[in-house]
Design a protein around this ligand. Structure first.
Ligand SMILES: *[C@@H]1O[C@H](CO)[C@@H](O)[C@H](O)[C@H]1NC(C)=O
Ligand SMILES: *[C@@H]1O[C@H](CO)[C@@H](O)[C@H](O)[C@H]1NC(C)=O
Ligand SMILES: *[C@@H]1O[C@H](CO)[C@@H](O)[C@H](O)[C@H]1NC(C)=O
Ligand SMILES: *[C@@H]1O[C@H](CO)[C@@H](O)[C@H](O)[C@H]1NC(C)=O
Ligand SMILES: *[C@@H]1O[C@H](CO)[C@@H](O)[C@H](O)[C@H]1NC(C)=O
Ligand SMILES: *[C@@H]1O[C@H](CO)[C@@H](O)[C@H](O)[C@H]1NC(C)=O
Ligand SMILES: *[C@@H]1O[C@H](CO)[C@@H](O)[C@H](O)[C@H]1NC(C)=O
Ligand SMILES: *[C@@H]1O[C@H](CO)[C@@H](O)[C@H](O)[C@H]1NC(C)=O
Length: 872
């Protein structure tokens, strides 16, 4: 076994070298068909991904299937078909699935098939051994209920088949009984040449979007390459709403009611912003918060009242009272906001109580009150006991108005925020630490900006097993959804009644629907409403469990488990067991968790995520790394261990599960090591957009974009503070700082530009950039007629915490003796290595140097995806 593994490594090692030399590898896996079929019936989306793959090699090999699905969805089916036999994944209770897996594999760890990637997607990955010249079909189904936000629904589909596919088809069919009011197709798959492959067909109640790119289009598009397509399609739409009572659908004993009136006057609101200004908010976060608050203040309506509270270890009220949003008051508030500075500890308890008090002291008839807490950390001063804080806040608010909690970044105790907001009829949202954090904050505010109704109660005489029927607020652009069963199926009509308060007066919406009217539901998915009901019920049960205790909690858990099993949903309580053709080879798919703290959250709360497009992000949940079984090549049954969610420190190109032809080219980075004659080097496959260097303290970041089949970077962007932006391409250099716009061409005589803390020096094909205390050199190279850029850092500033692909400067290693394969010891880990060569593009002369090639993960202690960005 050792030999087999070693041989494979050597073979792949040879491949690696040839790849760096740019020699094309013979394709030995053929994905000859890749279909994505998404059907949306009354907001309930069922998506089926089918990939058919042939092993074109004269020996058996591992073939991989990897797709990305929305976090909000539940996987409901997975099937592999090999040589006429089907292997279906079976959903079981989590513990039972784990046992089965453990029995199959004496080692205890679960080979997680699913992991969380970025803000809105999860990655599903598996592989199977396929005999010589045989074929395999993978089929994955997931289901989700599209949520209306800011007046629209969004269906997000990711496609990344890993190679150009002769028969690629994406079919989306949307059927909405009240008719579709608008439909738009966005996302990177709808740009450039690929847009020609998209066809949209609209009828009254149906819309079809098809995307059939030719093989040629899949290789020639801007973001495509030898790996084919890689991107998202985002279908955005809304439905007509002629009936103010909402839309009711009945099918096979189940109903769903969509309630979203818009013809209602807005209610003026009392909103208090409680802003964390503790030390941890320093830098970008506090700056973005200020920016967002300034925009939000500008958006307030004149009859709104507002309050501002900032807190660290002290609580500061801008004004003791809520003030009307007059021009004068807003002007003063903005001056206050501009002066918000980070300092001190975090007293959440005192701050929230001050906010509650502010609202309660000024009751205004016929208005809607909202508390918004923004924090990035744990309570560290004042009352720090989370249970006590929750009790205090709950008692103070007394169900009178909602508390929304926005958790900024990943240091925050998100479970605590979820509980506290749920207890006070609000939601918790995560604000991802990124360049668009201000927009995320503003986007959240926009969703709650226009309250139309308060105290909404929905009633369904003759309905049972109802999902949630009481809501504290209804905002314009959102939608209230209730589903349930109809107790007496023989009744002719079904009545809905909604009672709510609109600007202080009671309003009632009443409607009657004929139950026999099911003609709108096509027979092939007439079960959808039952599944929709189950989906919504399970989500709400899981939400509520956070708040329950004891027997009640057990009962609800049992109920949601029962439904998850009946409808074969992979939820936080269940797992899907995938048994493979090879004897005893078992994998388990779990719903990944994101907030790493605490016990039982949180994937489901991604429901309430502020995740607007663009979504694919590198900012992941803190992926805690604890590698205890590092030596994976000696594992007796190595195949599934490659899917281990923890970093395996394996060479990406050496995954036996990855068809080698897929990764044909990489950028190789050189990493000098103090006290060692040979540097380290590591590969990052292209194409990609990478975070190269970042210093949050001085708000400096440098990102680079690589194209496939090309060395280096074709564009590098450097950002400093909020106003300095430097975009370097192979053609020209452009710099903006809010006042100056500077354009510099490569290949010129000495050109210099110096302003506050920024120095740019360009001479021929070298550029020196200094921003604050960070200096980088960008070299423009030309190789085989192709221009590319390469960044170099000759001096690392002291006492600065740099991150990014080039951020490591303090790495060390010791060469260990003995074993056949050369091994390095790095940070107490044994790392297998190869003596390789690297072109040192940090110098014009591009000397070739010998280096120890190690996996990216071994150097960075993170995944490559942790360093990818969506925008330069
Ligand atoms: C998608 O599903 C529909 C209905 O089952 C079917 O008619 C259509 O051919 C499918 N499209 C693809 C690309 O599989
Ligand atoms: C596969 O083909 C190669 C060359 O065509 C040959 O050397 C090798 O023996 C074959 N392997 C098997 C298992 O038939
Ligand atoms: C609610 O949203 C709709 C559609 O966006 C808009 O036409 C309407 O004016 C809004 N209502 C209020 C009160 O802002
Ligand atoms: C639905 O409600 C009925 C009682 O009204 C109950 O007997 C039944 O078990 C419920 N079904 C589910 C799936 O919860
Ligand atoms: C609205 O209804 C509630 C409960 O039915 C009642 O207590 C309240 O007085 C009503 N308010 C108005 C303004 O009619
Ligand atoms: C850029 O910086 C490097 C290293 O500090 C220096 O050797 C080089 O002369 C500088 N180039 C220019 C054009 O100033
Ligand atoms: C860098 O990070 C470490 C640990 O996170 C911290 O102790 C140190 O103060 C930081 N240094 C600077 C200059 O920010
Ligand atoms: C490896 O062997 C050499 C010579 O035998 C010895 O000097 C060196 O200390 C050894 N290194 C390690 C890490 O054991």
């Amino acid at each position: 076994m050792m030999d087999r593994a070693a041989l494979r490594l050597i073979l792949l090692g040879v491949f690696l070298i040839s790849a760096s030399l740019g020699v094309k590898k013979k394709q030995n896996v053929d994905i000859y068909s890749f279909y994505i079929n998404s059907t949306v019936t009354s907001r309930y989306a069922t998506t089926v991904i089918t990939s058919r793959v042939a092993n074109t090699l004269n020996e058996s090999q591992e073939i991989q299937f990897e797709v990305k699905i929305p976090k909000n969805a539940f996987i409901s089916k997975f099937r592999m078909t090999i040589e006429g036999k089907t292997y279906d994944g079976v959903v079981k209770e989590k513990e039972e699935a784990q046992q089965q897996y453990n029995q199959a594999v004496s080692r205890g760890q679960s080979a997680g098939l699913v992991k969380s990637v970025g803000r809105t997607l999860e990655d599903f990955k598996t592989s199977v051994t396929v005999a010589a010249f045989s074929k395999v079909t993978f089929e994955l189904t997931y289901e989700e209920l599209l949520k209306r936000r800011l007046g629209k629904y969004e269906l997000l589909i990711n496609a990344q088949p890993m190679q150009p596919v002769a028969d690629f088809k994406m079919d989306v069919h949307i059927q909405e009984k009240p008719g579709i009011s608008f439909l738009e197709v966005k996302g990177d798959l709808s740009t450039g040449d690929l847009a020609n492959a998209i066809k949209t067909t609209r009828a009254d109640k149906d819309a079809w979007v098809t995307f059939y790119p030719t093989r040629d289009q899949q290789t020639k598009c801007k973001s495509c390459g030898e790996n084919g397509l890689n991107g998202d399609m985002l279908v955005t739409y809304d439905v007509n709403r002629q009936n103010p009572n909402g839309e009711i659908m009945v099918s096979k004993g189940y109903f769903v009611h969509y309630f979203a009136p818009s013809n209602v006057p807005r209610i003026s609101k009392n909103v208090v912003f409680i802003i964390d200004q503790s030390g941890s908010m320093s830098g970008q976060k506090i700056k973005q918060t200020r920016l967002a608050l300034l925009r939000i203040l500008s958006d307030l309506d004149e009859d709104d009242h507002f309050g501002l509270i900032t807190f660290d270890s002290e609580v500061n009220l801008w004004k003791r009272e809520l003030l009307k949003a007059t021009e004068e008051n807003l002007k003063n508030a903005k001056s206050f906001v501009k002066e918000i500075r980070d300092r001190g500890a975090t007293d959440i308890n005192a701050a929230v109580l001050a906010g509650v008090d502010m609202i309660k002291r000024h009751p205004r008839e016929g208005t809607a009150s909202i508390l918004i807490l923004l924090t990035d950390g744990d309570p560290t001063t004042g009352e720090t006991n989370i249970e006590k804080i929750m009790a205090n806040v709950k008692e103070a608010i007394g169900t009178k108005f909602p508390l929304y909690c926005l958790g900024f970044g990943y240091d925050v105790n998100f479970d605590f925020l979820i509980k506290m907001s749920l207890e006070n009829s609000g939601v918790a949202r995560r604000i991802y630490e990124d360049s668009d954090a201000d927009l995320q904050l503003q986007g959240f505010y926009e969703e709650v900006a226009v309250p139309l109704l308060t105290d909404i109660q929905l009633k369904y005489p003759g309905g049972s097993n109802l999902t949630k029927t009481s809501f504290s607020l209804y905002f314009n652009g959102s939608e209230i959804v209730v589903s349930g069963q109809i107790t007496d199926n023989s009744v002719e009509s079904f009545t809905t009644e909604v009672i709510a308060v609109s600007k202080g007066s009671n309003v009632t919406y009443q409607d009657n629907t004929m139950t026999k009217d099911t003609s709108d539901v096509p027979p092939e998915n007439e079960d959808f409403m039952q599944r929709l009901w189950a989906h919504l019920t399970v989500k709400q049960l899981l939400d509520r469990q956070v708040l329950l205790k004891g027997q009640e909690k057990e009962d609800e858990k049992k109920e949601s488990l029962k439904l998850s099993l009946k409808y074969q949903f992979v939820t936080p309580l269940t797992s899907m067991v995938v048994t493979k053709p090879q004897e005893g080879d078992v994998e388990v798919a779990n719903k990944p968790k994101e907030g790493e703290r605490g016990g039982e959250s949180t994937a489901d709360y991604y429901d309430s995520d502020l995740s607007h497009y663009p979504v694919q992000h590198s900012l992941q949940a803190a992926k805690i790394i604890a590698v205890d079984d590092f030596d994976l090549y000696d594992h007796p049954l190595p195949t599934y261990m490659y899917d281990h969610p923890l970093p395996t420190y394996a060479f990406p190109t050496m995954h036996t599960t990855t068809p080698p032809a897929v990764q044909v080219h990489s950028n190789r980075f050189l990493l000098p090591v103090v006290g060692q004659s040979k540097p380290l080097c590591f590969d990052v496959p292209v194409p990609h957009k990478l975070r190269l260097l970042q210093d949050s303290a001085s708000e400096f970041s440098m990102n680079g974009e690589s194209l496939s089949e090309q060395n280096g970077f074709h564009q590098i962007a450097i950002h400093y503070k909020t106003n300095h932006h430097l975009i370097i391409s192979t053609k020209s250099i452009s710099y903006h700082n809010g006042q100056d716009n500077v354009e510099i061409l490569w290949g010129q005589e000495l050109t210099q530009h110096n302003t506050d803390g920024v120095s740019l020096v360009v001479l021929e094909n070298e550029m020196n950039v200094t921003m604050g205390n960070i200096g980088v050199v960008i070299i423009s190279h030309k190789k085989d007629g192709v221009m590319f850029l390469w960044p170099a850092i000759w001096e690392y500033p002291k006492d600065v915490n740099l991150t990014g692909v080039l951020g490591k400067s303090d790495i060390s290693y010791v060469k260990t003796n003995g074993s056949q394969t050369p091994t390095l010891k790095m940070k107490d880990k044994e790392v297998k290595t190869y003596l390789e060569t690297v072109s040192d593009y940090r110098l014009h002369s591009t000397p070739t140097r010998e280096c120890w090639l190690v996996p990216f993960q071994a150097v960075m202690e993170a995944e490559i995806s942790d360093f990818t960005v969506t925008q330069l």
